[in-house]
Ligand binder design. Structure first.
Ligand SMILES: Cc1cc2nc3c(=O)[nH]c(=O)nc-3n(C[C@H](O)[C@H](O)[C@H](O)COP(=O)(O)OP(=O)(O)OC[C@H]3O[C@@H](n4cnc5c(N)ncnc54)[C@H](O)[C@@H]3O)c2cc1C
Length: 378
């Protein structure tokens, strides 16, 4: 069985390692010259105990359960949410703040050690049933199965006609040094002024370093969108965060998009499978996608390396990730209405206790609202 995996992010490297371990001949193609760099991530990954609760039907790859200490920059204990007025609520979440450069490289090393052939600095494109390579390696290659793990702007998804649902989140993030933050807390800030249609975040990377970012949606912004101005305003003017970040200096700027609208109708067509961001495998309530990308990568690698029925891929994904993905999209659509005004965000903060907020972020409706599910979803 010959498999081409396009994209060496968490989904692609996990798929490549899995398939190679199962005896397939695997080629992993990555357009970046350096796997993992530039980073497009906050690096926050919940501890395995949290993930088992978040994704109760998923089999977590061992690489997600046991992330090497050298890739972990900091550990957090709580998640703290700020309403536009500055009031806050927090709930316990054990989290790992990961250096994505070294984590992505670690996953790629494992894929190579398992026997996958790595081709970096090479862009892959779908050309009929084959794959055209451009860059450090040129030419056309063929395979029995192609796994599109090529991220949120996936060419493979486009080639097979898989259309992302809803508008994506658009993100800008700074790595800042010299900030005076709570190292135990991953923080999310809401409000029309700070993050229209999304949220701003501070993820502590240890010591006085943090990833500080903002994710917004275009339809929530009137006129021209200037993401740099939005993030600058958050850093400089937010009544609470502005104090913490006042003496910070920016050492890196990262941009990216988050396909937080749920899975497209189709994630498999013929010999093509989609995994990770390419398939909308992202929690719509938080934008977190690394754990789901790795679970999907594992499933893609297993299905691709077994001769026969690739159509089972969609069912396997549905069984392990379908519930949390659908739940998070449904809740985000409900919360979307509240996002249009600071007053309704404040109302949510005053009505919900912190543990209910945690459930909501995990894509679960609190029991009393569960009965109204059909009325709330349109
Ligand atoms: C600003 C920002 C912050 C985020 N923070 C978090 C967070 O804190 N925690 C979390 O869980 N998630 C976070 N996410 C989401 C997370 O980064 C993604 O869900 C995750 O990286 C998905 O993994 P993936 O392997 O599917 O895709 P990617 O990590 O995007 O990897 C895809 C790879 O494919 C390569 N590629 C693309 N096209 C081609 C091609 N044609 N040929 C060859 N190679 C190609 C790319 O170079 C890339 O290396 C964040 C996203 C953004 C934008």
């Amino acid at each position: 069985m010959r498999i081409i995996v396009i994209g060496a992010g968490p989904a692609g490297s996990t798929a490549a390692e899995t398939a190679a371990r199962l005896g397939a001949e695997v080629v992993l193609v990555e357009k970046k010259m350096e796997i993992g760099s530039p980073v497009q991530c906050g690096g926050f990954i919940p501890e395995a105990s949290e993930l088992r609760d978040l994704l109760p039907d998923a089999v977590l790859p061992e690489t997600l359960v046991g992330i090497p200490e050298r890739c972990i920059l900091n550990r957090t204990k709580v998640q703290r949410l700020y309403a536009p007025s500055g009031r806050s609520a927090e709930f316990p979440v054990a989290g790992r703040c990961v250096d994505r450069r070294s984590f992505d490289r670690h996953l790629a090393h494992r894929a190579a050690r398992a026997g996958a052939q790595l081709i970096v600095g090479t862009e892959a494109d779908v050309c009929g049933g084959s794959i055209r390579l451009k860059g450090r390696r040129e030419g056309i290659i063929d395979a029995d199965v192609v796994i599109g793990a090529d991220g949120p702007s996936s060419k493979v998804a486009r080639a097979i006609g898989a259309v992302q649902r809803d508008e994506p989140g658009i993100c800008l993030e700074y790595e800042m040094v010299g900030v005076d933050i709570d190292r135990d807390a991953a923080e999310m800030y809401f409000g029309e002024r700070w993050a229209p249609g999304g949220y701003a975040w501070i993820i502590p990377l240890g010591g006085d370093v943090a990833n500080v970012g903002v994710g917004v949606r275009r339809s929530y912004i009137q006129g021209k969108m200037d993401l740099a101005a939005i993030l600058r305003r958050f850093v400089e003017e937010h009544p609470h965060a502005g104090e913490l970040l006042r003496n910070g200096e920016t050492v890196a700027v990262m941009r990216g998009i988050v396909p937080a609208g749920g899975m497209p109708d189709m994630i498999q067509s013929g010999k093509f499978l989609l995994a990770g961001d390419a398939a909308g495998h992202v929690m719509a309530t938080s934008g977190g996608g690394v754990p789901l990308a790795m679970v999907a990568g594992r499933i893609a690698g297993e299905v691709a390396s077994a001769p026969g029925n690739l159509e089972i891929y969609t069912q396997r994904i549905e069984r392990e990730l379908g519930g949390p993905l659908r739940g998070s999209v449904m809740i985000r659509r409900i919360v979307d209405r509240a996002m249009r005004s600071d007053r309704s965000i404040e109302l949510i903060f005053s009505l919900l206790d912190p543990m209910t907020m945690k459930d909501i972020q995990r894509g679960r409706l609190p029991a009393p609202l569960e009965k109204l599910r059909s009325l709330l979803t349109v």
